[in-house]
Design a protein around this ligand. Structure first.
Ligand code: SAH
Ligand code: SF4
Length: 354
């Protein structure tokens, strides 16, 4: 059985030719998959009957198994299982006039941020291109009959489990499939890669002709080396100043901004002085940045807490008073444990030696 959803149109045509199908059959199948979100060959009505039967036996349209779906008022968490038994979580977030899908790129993560539940298990493995695309495919299949604009995911953020840039090649190919106008056709302005800021990976992204056109969000989480190092140990080898320098000089497409994500953790990085230090840093470059404050989502396995609401607003006010764009992400998905940092690698069937 050949998986089809991880192929570019070019690859799908090559596959068709290799299997003695006409090239245009690949285009038809591609449109069934990525325009109509169809995963049943029997329903691909413009294909010949023989081809439909052949597809049923020789091709597959999913690599993840859909296990569960948990609905909250403004978010839906989907749980999938990989071929090798790991769980992958994807969160569909309801915004004012569109859906945003929060996609995972790895099982676990080895960046090791102290406050993040995903870090607890280390990195188990990268997700494949098919596993990245299938998260969207299953969700689309689920929502495709809703009235407009709720029948299509508009924005995708690579902010689920894992460090997207650590899975560079698979991420890149997934992005190429997502933005292809002949297929899924999501605008590159509506894709966002969220990264912890490992310098060599960011440089690679800046130099990549596909990924440099996608939005960049950096999990800054601190106004200086000392605090960042405490909560994000990668800062020891990826110094704060160098990261800041890179961001100030990052080759941004016209009219775009880099998002600075800042998880507000009680008594760690949430003081007024921290806000002032951050504002001072950003102010000279405020046209290229916007700040997204994320009140900490507690996890039963971690000791950190969310600051009181007044402190969150006071922090934001310092930034706003300095004419810096600063929003607060009152995390959706908390009630389904799908909020930022609550996603954790799990294996449904535990390994024998575990
Ligand atoms: N690895 C990437 C993307 C996934 S994490 C990154 O770090 O950017 C997505 C965001 O969730 C990051 O900004 C991270 O700082 C934040 N986050 C992690 N744990 C959190 C928690 N418990 N509460 C709130 N945000 C959290
Ligand atoms: Fe990995 Fe992001 Fe969690 Fe850090 S915050 S451990 S980079 S998933």
């Amino acid at each position: 059985m050949e998986l089809l959803i991880d192929k570019t149109l070019k690859e799908l045509r090559e596959w068709a030719i290799k299997n003695n199908l006409e090239r245009f059959r690949a285009d038809q199948i591609y449109q069934w998959m990525f325009k109509k979100w169809e995963d049943d060959p029997a329903k691909m009505t413009n294909l010949s009957k023989e081809l439909r039967t052949w597809l049923k036996e020789n091709a597959k349209f999913h690599t993840l198994e859909k296990i569960d779906k948990v609905e909250a008022p403004d978010s839906v968490k989907y749980l999938f299982k990989t071929d090798d038994g790991y769980l992958v979580e994807t969160v569909l977030i309801k915004e004012k006039d569109h859906w945003t899908l929060c996609v995972s790129t790895q099982i676990g993560c080895n960046v090791g941020c102290k406050f993040c539940a995903t870090a607890k298990d280390g990195l188990i493995r990268n997700l494949t291109v098919g596993e990245i695309i299938d998260q969207l495919f299953w969700v689309q299949k689920d929502i495709k009959d809703l009235p407009k604009p709720w029948n299509k995911v508009r924005n995708i953020v690579f902010m689920g489990m894992g460090e997207p840039l650590a899975n560079f090649n698979n991420l890149k190919k997934a992005v190429e499939i997502l933005i292809d106008q002949k297929g899924i056709d999501i605008s590159k302005r509506r894709l966002t890669i969220s990264s912890s800021g490992i310098l060599y990976q960011l440089r690679k992204m800046a130099n990549d002709e596909v990924l440099r056109n996608v939005n960049l969000a950096i999990s800054l989480n601190a106004p200086n080396q000392k605090i960042r190092e405490e909560i994000m140990p990668i800062t020891k080898t990826n110094p704060f100043n160098e990261l800041w320098n890179l961001l100030v000089n990052y080759p941004l497409p016209e009219g775009r901004k880099i998002t600075l994500e800042y998880v507000l953790i009680k008594d760690i990085n949430d003081q007024i002085d921290h806000a002032k230090e951050l504002a001072k840093l950003i102010k000279p470059h405020r046209k290229r940045f916007k700040v997204n404050l994320i009140p900490y989502n507690p996890s039963p396995i971690l000791p950190y807490e969310r600051p009181p609401q007044e402190r969150i607003y006071a922090f934001q006010k310092v930034l706003l008073d300095n004419a810096i764009i600063a929003t607060i992400r009152w995390s959706k998905g908390q009630d389904v444990f799908g909020a930022c940092g609550q996603l954790r690698a799990k294996r449904e069937i535990p390994l024998l030696n575990n």
